[in-house]
Design a protein around this ligand. Structure first.
Ligand code: SF4
Length: 153
């Protein structure tokens, strides 16, 4: 497995460099605007966001290097539980997975009543903090696309 990670390491380096630049920007903004995190964990208690394939690989590598089998098992059990809740919500709303995959229905619209905490939230802390995705790193700021570039403000 580690050979696979060697192969994608260069690729993931670009992602982690981008995370570094983002951290610099949000740290500066937090200082400038006097924004503090109260570590309540509320931003992780209702997750309905998209994560890119590259970020999933990064999280996968982090889990491979840092999680115990017990941790992995607990995440898989929660993921399975969520999968069942989402399937049930889709059935109740008579939405086909095909419509969802094809983007005819927005994922948010099907799950807004579920309030699912992130399965990486453990004891009110992010258990993959170093590998958390872009959206979590920007929480509290708005992100928009301008001339094919993402702007964090
Ligand atoms: S990945 Fe971490 S920071 Fe992001 S929602 Fe999950 S627990 Fe919160």
């Amino acid at each position: 497995m580690s050979k696979v990670f060697d192969f994608i390491d260069e690729y993931l380096k670009v992602l982690n460099d981008t995370y570094g630049m983002l951290k610099e920007k949000t740290d500066n903004l937090n200082k400038e605007l006097d924004v503090s995190c109260y570590k309540c964990g509320n931003c992780c208690k209702d997750i309905r966001f998209a994560v890119s394939i590259t970020e999933i690989l990064n999280i996968y590598r982090y889990i491979y290097n840092n999680f115990t089998w017990e941790d992995i098992n607990s995440v898989l059990l929660k993921a399975n539980e969520y999968n069942n809740s989402i399937s049930k919500a889709l059935q109740e709303k008579r939405i086909s997975e095909k419509d969802l995959v094809e983007g005819k229905i927005k994922f948010n619209e099907t799950t807004n009543s579920l309030k699912l905490p992130c399965f990486f939230l453990k004891d009110n802390k992010c258990s993959i903090y170093e590998a958390r995705p872009f959206i979590c790193r920007c929480f509290g700021y708005s992100i928009y696309l301008q001339k094919k570039k993402y702007i964090v403000s």
